[in-house]
Ligand binder design. Sequence first.
Ligand SMILES: Nc1ncnc2c1ncn2[C@@H]1O[C@H](COP(=O)(O)OP(=O)(O)OP(=O)(O)O)[C@@H](O)[C@H]1O
Ligand SMILES: Nc1ncnc2c1ncn2[C@@H]1O[C@H](COP(=O)(O)OP(=O)(O)OP(=O)(O)O)[C@@H](O)[C@H]1O
Ligand SMILES: [Mg+2]
Ligand SMILES: [Mg+2]
Lengths: 165, 165, 166, 166
Amino acid sequence: IFLKKIRLKGFKSFAKKTDVEINTNITAIVGPNGSGKSNIVDAVRWVLGEQSARTLRGSRMADVIFAGSSERKQLHEASVTLFFDNTENKLALDGDEVTITRKVDEDGRGDYLINGASCRLKDIEMLLMDTGLGSDGYAIVGQGKIDSIIHSKPDKLRELFEEAA
Amino acid sequence: IFLKKIRLKGFKSFAKKTDVEINTNITAIVGPNGSGKSNIVDAVRWVLGEQSARTLRGSRMADVIFAGSSERKQLHEASVTLFFDNTENKLALDGDEVTITRKVDEDGRGDYLINGASCRLKDIEMLLMDTGLGSDGYAIVGQGKIDSIIHSKPDKLRELFEEAA
Amino acid sequence: MADLFANTFIKVKKEFSQIFRELFSGGRAELILSEPDDLLKTGVNINAQPPGKNLKSLSLLSGGERALTAIALVFAFLKVKPSPFYVLDEIDAPLDDVNVTRFAKFIRRYGEIAQFIIITHRRYMMTEVDTLYGVTMSESGVSRLLSLELNEKQIEEHITARKETG
Amino acid sequence: MADLFANTFIKVKKEFSQIFRELFSGGRAELILSEPDDLLKTGVNINAQPPGKNLKSLSLLSGGERALTAIALVFAFLKVKPSPFYVLDEIDAPLDDVNVTRFAKFIRRYGEIAQFIIITHRRYMMTEVDTLYGVTMSESGVSRLLSLELNEKQIEEHITARKETG
Ligand SMILES: Nc1ncnc2c1ncn2[C@@H]1O[C@H](COP(=O)(O)OP(=O)(O)OP(=O)(O)O)[C@@H](O)[C@H]1O
Ligand SMILES: Nc1ncnc2c1ncn2[C@@H]1O[C@H](COP(=O)(O)OP(=O)(O)OP(=O)(O)O)[C@@H](O)[C@H]1O
Ligand SMILES: [Mg+2]
Ligand SMILES: [Mg+2]
């Protein structure tokens, strides 16, 4: 499967709907400090099921909702969608495109959706099971985190092998 | 007081005696990864009395001695000396130049010297007491450590004030 | 269970040693089992020695050397069990300019196996990619994404652009 | 004792807010006592809000924003109780090129108060200093220090120089 697009709506500093088209092999994202690059990384982690608000730099899940700026009021909901190309039918679903969505409202109530239909996180984990994707593991290396890979305890390192197996 | 020179002998990757002249306001040290820049930072921390081998990235104090390379045998002793300009007599000593030295041998036996004469760490701390220098505090910011300043607990932050007071 | 682990370990171990040598132009590194007789419980340790150096302790490596060693491990796993995409947030921060360029060329070859989304501030990374996006906050506090042409001029303008504030 | 702390706190607090605004071209930040009624036991908290943004939590700041905030704190202490010299190891790593340049010019002004030894990989830092040294390991595993002329050519040669290995 390959990733076609990441859509952010009301997620952190992305108040306006933003589509990040990922239709090539290597995409770089650049910009000034504080412009929102790591927020895109957080969005991917989040939609893949990240459970820890702390890993997303907040204290509660609702902290990912656009909190307002000096010129714009805060929003009441955040959502992130991954659009996958499924033309090789690697995912256990029909259709050339598969979407995975996660939403949260300001009361912290969340929802997961596959192809627009409400589901549980478990369904998403099952769907992605053989693809090697998941919000754990080593496919997403956060800012400042490359060093901690080396400093992992021997049993923590072993877990990476078990996930890859 | 101001720093004139840092002399490294057998300290980490500085197998040969090396003098770093610091006779201007702003000195930058550049070079490839692994060339030895942070080792100079470790040297300054060490000669000012750093007690933790771990802060110096080793497991015992003797780890700061040049451990040999594919072309050179290991050494048996390391020493670092700071040369200070004392022409304004800010330090409680006579003489226009004051030196502070620290040595260690491979058995971990160490020594401190002021102007070449053996002394205790306490004497060095007393000498530097009103200068604001010390291996603690915030005058030496290690690689990757700028972030942790912000994440310090409130009482840890308070300690910085007490040291500055 | 232990077989699956052993199998994966052997493959990743081989890739890791190879990729390390490639990233460092020499030296050697190995993954070592902490308890080789107990495959169910053993942990995994990393030994790394950049070229010409004589030290075994990972902690004594420099910031850039540790980053490259970690990169070798991530890519060793990638070759054995690739994820469809990788998101790497400023992992080039501790690298010097030469290593950034080498890493950028290195990633190029893996573009066949997986998709990469790389966040970076380093110019030598920006020139080796297929697509370049700029994130900007021309409206305070609100991020916007722009497509950037992969030419020096647009990259430069985006890096130096700042909203004019008081 | 509490007086000494209170005195230092008030001075550093004032400098911190000022330096933050300068480094960020706006925004605001403050040092806040966690227990203002108990000067002997109180801790100190940092509140920081870059320009145009609406968030109070330090953790939500970006990597570069946190680095600049920490720099503001270090320099606030420097103005109140300077150390004779400061050794800063790659503290510019998370900064974008514009912020590296601004930080380099910012440090220049403090060169009057204290000596600075700055380790860096960033070109825009190298051009704003008085003295430039290059560290090299042309003999494997052994560091050597060279004086570099502050011109583009020598900086470039040193950055791109690598021992030719197999
Ligand atoms: N819920 C939210 N609502 C609005 N803005 C937010 C929210 N969460 C975080 N932000 C803002 O997003 C900005 C951080 O963005 P991000 O971490 O993506 O920056 P960055 O581009 O990665 O910067 P750097 O290069 O410094 O790492 C912060 O200034 C923060 O104030
Ligand atoms: N006791 C020792 N004897 C010999 N070499 C040592 C010793 N301790 C550390 N080293 C070597 O010094 C090198 C690290 O140097 P240092 O950390 O100063 O690099 P650096 O220039 O700061 O690099 P970077 O830019 O990646 O941070 C390592 O390769 C390590 O092998
Ligand atoms: Mg970031
Ligand atoms: Mg270093």
